[in-house]
Write a protein that binds this ligand. Structure first.
Ligand SMILES: O=C1O[C@H](COP(=O)(O)O)[C@@H](O)[C@H](O)[C@H]1O
Length: 258
């Protein structure tokens, strides 16, 4: 590992010599949390992003994790999804299925994809209803502090503009304070129609990992984690501030301007 810092304000920042090393450490971190939550409460709720995050999960399907993780206890959600059919190349579900879910024995009933037959608004409402049902059944915990669902682990990627989930810089959705799941029809990154968890949900998580690799993201990482930052005009990634733990997984290229 190239470096690590642990500051209360920004979470634990780990910088790895390569994306390969990052992926190895990420797998170890996820497997450790899986063991902990399965032991403590018999379930592990994991929220996925789309994009490059899925490739960075590839070491979880290798030994020793493939055999040691209790996959039957996992419950899979998406922090955001594009409103397209599940077999469309833009689907975050399809990406996760091909790159991760098809390689591990998570029961299909524990994989909560959006209803792709609905409009953006309908799919967001439907997903929120699904989450409420799972809170009622105690699969998902509820934060005693915020009243929003408290996922065990949220795995977030970050776009080169500093967006997380489908919460984009300057978009009014970043201020959503009531809905658990919101919809967007004018996403600056295609496709335009998506659903996304709101910041209150993201920030109620027990653990959030922000996984960022590549030189194309170095400027935003400097803004988010560098010392010369002014706190006005926060990028979405700077609004990630969970009530639990925040861990950054960066490769050397993403951290090159720190
Ligand atoms: O559109 C999206 O982009 C972000 C970032 O993707 P990346 O490929 O730059 O890592 C992703 O986290 C989000 O889930 C996705 O819908």
């Amino acid at each position: 590992m190239a470096g690590v810092s642990d500051e209360k304000t920004q979470g634990k920042v780990q910088v790895f010599d390569s994306e390969e090393d990052l992926a190895l450490a990420l797998a170890k971190y996820v497997a450790h949390l899986s063991n902990q939550f399965v032991r403590e409460r018999g379930a592990f709720t994991v929220v996925l992003s789309g994009g490059s995050l899925i490739k960075s999960l590839r070491k979880l399907v290798d030994a020793p994790h493939i055999d040691s993780v209790d996959w039957a206890r996992w419950h899979i959600f998406w922090v955001d999804e594009r409103v397209v059919p599940k077999d469309h190349p833009d689907s975050n579900y399809l990406l996760a299925h091909n790159g991760f879910l098809s390689k591990v024995p998570i029961p299909s009933g524990n994989v909560y994809a959006i209803n792709d037959a609905l409009s953006a608004e309908g799919a967001a409402d439907d997903y929120e209803t699904c989450l409420k049902h799972l809170v009622h059944n105690k699969i998902i915990e509820l934060s005693g502090t915020t009243g929003f669902p408290k996922f065990d682990l949220m795995l977030l990627g970050m776009g080169p503009d500093g967006h997380v989930a489908s919460l984009f810089p300057g978009h009014p959705l970043v201020q959503e304070s009531k809905k658990w799941v919101a919809y967007i029809k004018d996403s600056p990154k295609p496709p335009p129609e998506r659903i996304t968890f709101s910041f209150p949900v993201i920030n109620s998580s027990a653990h959030v990992a922000l996984v960022v690799a590549g030189a194309g993201k170095a400027d935003v990482i400097r803004k988010a984690l560098g010392s010369d930052d002014q706190k006005s005009d926060l990028l979405p990634v700077q609004m990630v501030s969970p009530e639990g733990n925040l861990a950054w997984f960066l490769d050397k290229d993403a951290a090159s301007k720190l």
